[in-house]
Design a protein around this ligand. Structure first.
Ligand code: FAD
Length: 460
């Protein structure tokens, strides 16, 4: 990935704004440009746009929405921003947190009203640190459906999406102004397009093993579940342009991916009172924390695998999630009558497992700091799924201002470069424990919207 001088370069074609990456961030930016009456070109390296967005659960946090009001959920920007900063211990950029929260409700309502993307409120449990039900999803409640709806909207709005276009080169003036980009076609051919503003919507570096080892070594041995094509290009170009790059140690891990099925088992299972035990039949950490930081503890257990244990009530709640239903259909969920059968099915020592379950039933607060009095006691029959840890996406990236414009390391802004989603520094602070559920799509959709608006303003 290179940045080359744009001096004397002649571009075969020209678009006012070019967007690199066709996930939630890139498509939201493109829809915004089309609403402003401007052409929008999305360059996507894959044969069809999907990105991590299509792999995700598709849950987008937003406050003050009409879907919340319809369910009497009283939420606002202060509470949502407070929850995000509470999880990040106030180490996320407050201006970007406030921006994403302020824009969250209006942006989802704009997608619904102007682009026919309907949303529902996800109810029934709260993620760690969230005081209100504020996860929104398209009715199918999957990232694949969210992506399909965004693509349908982009087609209707006349967004130009060029697939099979891997951008490798940016052409810039000495002050960092981008005048065009060069991309490689599947047959190896090289093409270029000129632009007056560029939006980086090409996500983070989860698909770049070298960067993962360097910046987040603690999770490097876990499987990466995001889009393999997200290889840190935004950070690489940003470095070459003198951009400020922040919080590369932050990421979304996950402590509950079914082994060997590779299917996400919703963390609602833990939030509702489930526990995790290792192959010795012992708990090892407080499961009521976020699934992201818990991933590191799961990875440290023997073999890097553990068991989720829960009961019928929790199983029925989990069946509302598409991926859990898939896990169930593929045989990942074991059901056993009592502790002895459970120990046999899991291959763990019965006496230890029995002690672990008895402790969970009798303790109000355990040695890991979990308040067990709040959880409904687990009752037989017991359900169990073997799970491992995963890396979902990285949260560090290019520092931006409240216009989603990329900041320079030395102060000031790069003249016409914008970033959002996983390409920009997120709202999780510097490390894994700061990730609040939904921070990924929050910054993809809201910063995509802001980047689109700012790019439109700049060139108009
Ligand atoms: C299993 C899983 C579940 C998740 N669930 C949730 C959830 O429920 N809620 C939530 O908030 N977050 C969730 N996330 C995180 C979320 O998916 C991401 O944060 C979000 O999709 C990022 O959107 P994006 O537009 O920045 O990137 P992407 O959707 O990944 O799009 C980036 C695009 O850029 C393209 N690209 C990259 N480099 C280039 C290049 N050089 N040239 C051309 N194209 C390029 C890629 O091919 C890709 O299509 C989940 C992640 C995973 C893996």
């Amino acid at each position: 990935m290179r940045v080359s001088p744009s001096d004397g370069e002649v571009f075969e074609t020209e678009y006012p704004v070019v967007i690199i990456g066709g996930g939630a961030c890139g498509l939201t930016a493109a829809l915004t440009l089309r609403d402003a009456g401007l052409p929008a070109l999305v360059l996507e390296q894959d044969a069809a746009p999907a990105g991590s967005t299509a792999l995700s659960s598709g849950f987008i946090p937003a406050c003050g929405t009409r879907w919340q009001r319809a369910r009497d959920v009283d939420d606002n920007v202060e509470m949502m921003a407070g929850d995000i900063q509470g999880k990040a211990e106030n180490l996320a950029d407050p201006a970007i947190v406030d921006l994403c929260c302020e824009r969250s409700g209006p942006t989802l309502e704009w997608l619904a009203d102007s682009h026919n993307i309907p949303f529902v409120l996800v109810e029934g449990f709260l993620y760690t640190g969230q005081r209100r039900a504020r996860m929104h999803a398209v009715p199918e409640r999957t990232g694949a459906a969210l992506m399909a709806r965004l693509l349908g909207a982009a087609e209707t709005a006349g967004v130009d999406i060029l697939c099979g276009a891997e951008v490798r080169e940016l052409y810039a003036e000495p002050d960092g102004r981008i005048n065009g980009v060069g991309y490689t076609r599947p047959d190896g051919g090289e093409e270029r397009v000129g632009c007056r503003a560029l939006v980086l919507a090409c996500n983070g570096f989860g698909g770049n093993a070298e960067m993962v080892h360097r910046h987040i070594p603690e999770i490097a041995e876990a499987e990466y579940f995001g889009h393999a094509g997200n290889r840190g290009h935004a950070v690489q170009w940003g470095r070459a342009l003198g951009a400020e790059i922040k919080h590369l140690g932050a990421y979304q891990g996950h402590a509950s991916v079914a082994v060997p099925h590779g299917i996400l088992i919703t963390w609602a299972v833990m939030r509702e009172g489930g526990i995790q035990v290792n192959s010795n039949g012992k708990r090892f950490a407080d499961e009521s924390r976020g699934y992201s930081e818990h991933a590191v503890d799961v990875l440290r257990q023997p073999g890097g695998v553990v068991w989720n244990i829960y009961d019928t009530r929790i199983h029925e709640l989990a069946m509302e999630f598409e991926d859990y239903r898939q896990a169930e259909a593929t045989g990942a969920v074991k059901i056993t009558e009592d502790v002895a059968a459970l120990a046999g099915a899991l291959g763990v020592p019965e006496a230890t497992l029995s002690e672990t379950l008895a402790d969970v039933r009798s303790l109000a607060e355990d040695r890991f700091g979990r308040d067990l009095s709040a959880a409904t006691k687990l009752m037989p029959p017991y359900y169990a799924v073997k799970v491992g840890a995963a890396l979902f996406h990285t949260q560090g990236g290019l520092a931006i201002d409240t216009s989603a414009q990329v900041l320079r390391k030395e102060g000031g802004r790069l003249p016409n470069l914008f970033a959002g989603g996983g390409a920009a520094c997120g709202v999780s602070g510097p490390e894994v424990w700061g990730y609040s559920s939904g921070n990924g799509l929050l910054t993809a959709v809201m910063l995509g919207r802001v980047a689109g608006e700012s790019a439109a303003r700049l060139i108009s």
